[in-house]
Write a protein that binds this ligand. Sequence first.
Ligand SMILES: Cc1cc2nc3c(=O)[nH]c(=O)nc-3n(C[C@H](O)[C@H](O)[C@H](O)COP(=O)(O)O)c2cc1C
Length: 388
Amino acid sequence: MTLRFLTGGESHGRGYVIVVEGLPAGLRLPRERFTSELARRRRGYGRGPRMALERDELTFWGGLRDGLTTGSPLALSLGNSEWEIWRPAVDAESVDVEAAACRAATCPRPGHADMAGIVKYGHDDCRNVLERASARATAAWTVVGVVAGLLLETVGIGVREAVDSIGGLSCTRPLCDEEWDRAAASDLGCAREEDEAALVERIVAARDEGDTLGGTFVVSLTGMPAGVGSYAELDRRLDGRFAAALMSIPAIKGVEIGDGFRLADRPGSGAHDAIVRDGRGVRRRTNRAGGIEGGMSNGEEILLRAAMKPIPTLRRPLDSVDIRTGLAASAHVERGDVCAVPAAAVVGRALGAWTAAVALAEQFGGDRLSEFVERVAAFRRKGEIFRE
Ligand SMILES: Cc1cc2nc3c(=O)[nH]c(=O)nc-3n(C[C@H](O)[C@H](O)[C@H](O)COP(=O)(O)O)c2cc1C
């Protein structure tokens, strides 16, 4: 079975439409799981005023009956509560000329899709680009991540995330179960209370200076059976898939798996994970590989880490050029965030879940949820010679 999704829609448009195809029938999708995850994506110290205004109005259009997937494409929409305010400027069929002029963005923002987008499509208003390039689309990906997470739960796979650093200030690692839970509940995505005050101070200072911040976050997947993914072909490698997914989140500029970049500085004897046999079966002494070897899960916790650049829209804008006049000008300013690392971490969790679900669905198939669950369980049993 192939699991795939498509989204359409724009940041200030009527909303996003989402179609997820390839889900097995019989998967329960409780609305509250979507509501809480969408709320977590809007969270975070350093988010812009829009977050207080945004309502993620979720509607199910098809593929779900009485809370259970039917096997038909799951069709959803995520309405935009600000649509009526923006409608005159961005309406699909006819815009009000004055309103559109008011909302025009003619000075591309460095670090955004604006410049390359207008060159590519021949626009003279960056709004035609930025409305779709906006990270608001990550709300739609969060929805898809909830669906994937619920599918993974049926086979005992858990996905969680935590903020690892903001503006160069690192949080403490590694994390125990309670700390992952705290990170999930924290507005800063922060696993330990003692780290929080310094992070807030850093964000407030950046905001006061009209500046922005980036940071890093980690995503963990537990319970993944060994042998998912493949070394056989480039596009089936699980590490490549996770890296591509996280790297595709707007503003993510680096991804590592396990000890990642730090492995490059170590000798081989300090870079790999010895295989040992003890009372718990055959296992690894360490997890520097982050749960993936040879493009496949190896049964250990999968650990992914992503680096987010600082938000590119600055209240004190960088230099740009007005594309209509050709004159030097300050870059366009669009209302936005000072720091969105906690939100990006939630999106990272969503895409981590999605990537794992796609790989599992491809490997095990099943039109009914029971088939999928049984096949994963059977595969796990075969691997249990290593677990005793
Ligand atoms: C959750 C989230 C929120 C974001 N919020 C903003 C924002 O408010 N303002 C902004 O300029 N960029 C924001 N970004 C980053 C831009 O969307 C991103 O830098 C831009 O689309 C260019 O893509 P690139 O950085 O991948 O090249 C956000 C990114 C994420 C993941």
